[in-house]
Design a protein around this ligand. Structure first.
Ligand code: ATP
Length: 437
């Protein structure tokens, strides 16, 4: 973890939040490379689960919703964790995560556990009074549930269909920590997948199985190390209030095996409650049977920040010894912040620099999937390779004296360190091969 955290800060993936003011505990900012990596994760997800599928549509909904939403969803009553306080040093912990003594002072006596609601409270408008209380959303899911009717009325969707969203969620976690693993502000990628009320268990189990496989396929595609992934069948007493079955996808983080993603069968809990509380009919008119039914829902959910952490941990490699030692981020090329880097062999030869700039700008005008392309002319070539390895750039292209004669460049492979000469005209197709890995 220390290696990842220091690389993340040094190279501009993740910085401590509000750094100049000494930080704000457990808040983090994404730097230039982290912002690129994060976008690439979200774009890969949106492409795979929304744009490429005929049965899923994407929406973006408000972070602050009518408080009645949280009444209906059960969050006001039950979205809480048991909080205990150490009697000696008054540190506060989540009772279900505490093992034995107080981690900060060693004290063994704790207060009675009380339920602490995790929703962030705020006020709408200038008057801070009860009537104006609102909450920052603790999950994106309710944005989908309250829009089911709008989506049905404005799109030609038929059951089964999903509504997807990527967006921030806020939870006033009692014990955040472990870098970006648990923060109070984070981003989710969620799908509410609606099905006909199942006639038997097999019907929803099949859909559940489909999403379970999709989640594994996603992890493979973004390079999350399958050997570190496991599934945890959440027992009934630990499941969220709405769930009939939940699987947590666990990842072996350096600080323990912890939840990465979740998959839950939420039944018709949410829609039924919203119908009751809003008085609106959210049922679905089946075009075949002409019957009205309330859809059931299977929900796969992914955390963006935990994805980024698992991707970094899976990709981080230390190799070689002595002069050959290097750190390589073996990111899937599609996720890499830069798809390639272009270098002039020598910084003080204007003709090399001009040619290298030309090669880069040709690439920058080309296929957007092969972008962006980094530029580096500092130090020697070996150092530049190492600097790109460390941030996961799949290919380094060097313009040398031979380039000026025959319009070929060397291209170096991040993973094998092998170099070969290719024609400048062939670079897009060669980089395309890297991307397909
Ligand atoms: P945990 O048990 O770790 O608190 P959860 O079961 O409450 O998580 P869900 O409500 O299922 O989490 O949220 C869906 C996903 O959102 C999680 O699988 C995780 O990837 C992400 N997530 C949840 N809470 C946080 C957080 N505090 N910080 C970062 N990501 C989070």
């Amino acid at each position: 973890m220390d290696a990842i955290i220091s690389l993340a800060k040094r190279r501009g993936f993740v910085y401590p939040g509000s750094d100049v003011y000494g930080g704000l505990a457990n808040s983090w900012d994404y730097g230039p490379l982290g912002a690129e990596l994060r976008r690439n994760i979200k774009e890969a997800w949106w492409w795979r689960f929304v744009q490429k599928r005929d049965d899923v549509v994407g929406i973006e909904t408000a972070l602050i919703m009518n408080p009645k939403v949280w009444q209906a969803s059960g969050h006001l009553a039950t979205f809480s964790d048991p909080l205990v306080e150490c009697k000696k040093c008054h540190a506060r912990y989540r009772a279900d995560q505490l093992e034995g003594a107080c981690p900060s002072c060693g004290g063994k006596e704790f207060s009675e556990a009380r339920q602490f609601n995790l929703m962030f409270k705020t006020f709408i408008g200038p008057a801070e009074e009860a009537a104006n209380v609102a909450y920052l959303r603790p999950e994106t899911a309710q944005g989908m549930f309250v829009n089911v009717k709008n989506v049905l009325d404005s799109n030609r969707v038929k059951l089964p269909f999903g509504i997807a969203q990527i967006g921030k969620a806020f939870r006033n976690e009692i014990t955040p920590g472990n870098f970006i693993f648990r923060t109070r502000e984070f981003e989710q990628m969620e799908i509410e997948y609606f099905i006909r009320p199942p006639a038997n268990d097999e019907e929803w189990q099949n859909v559940f199985e489909h999403w379970r496989n999709e989640m594994h396929a996603w992890m493979r595609d973004v390079g999350i190390d399958a050997a570190r992934v496991s599934e945890f069948e959440v027992p009934a007493e630990d499941r969220a209030h709405y769930s009939k079955r939940t699987i947590d996808f666990m990842f072996a983080f350096p600080f323990g095996v912890k939840e990465l993603y979740g998959l839950a069968y939420r039944t018709d809990f949410d829609l039924k409650n919203h119908m009751e509380q809003s008085g609106k009919d959210l049922s679905y008119l089946d075009p075949e049977t002409n019957e009205r039914t309330v859809p059931h829902c299977v929900e796969p959910t992914w955390g963006v920040d935990r994805t980024l952490l698992a991707v970094l941990l899976s990709a981080y490699t230390e190799e070689g010894e002595g002069d050959d030692a290097r750190v390589v981020l073996k990111l899937k090329p599609a996720l890499a912040p830069f798809k390639a880097a272009v270098f002039p062999l020598l910084k003080n030869k204007p003709e090399l620099v001009a040619k290298a700039k030309e090669v880069r700008s040709q690439l920058m005008d080309g296929d957007p999937r092969l972008l962006p392309i980094a530029w580096d002319d500092r130090g020697n070539i070996g150092k530049r390779y190492l600097a790109q390895d460390e941030i996961g750039t799949p290919a380094c292209i060097t313009v040398d004296f031979q380039t000026l004669e025959d319009d070929t460049v060397t291209i170096r492979d991040r993973d094998t360190k092998e170099q070969r000469r290719v024609a400048v005209a062939d670079l897009p197709s060669v980089l395309g091969e890297f991307l397909a890995r």
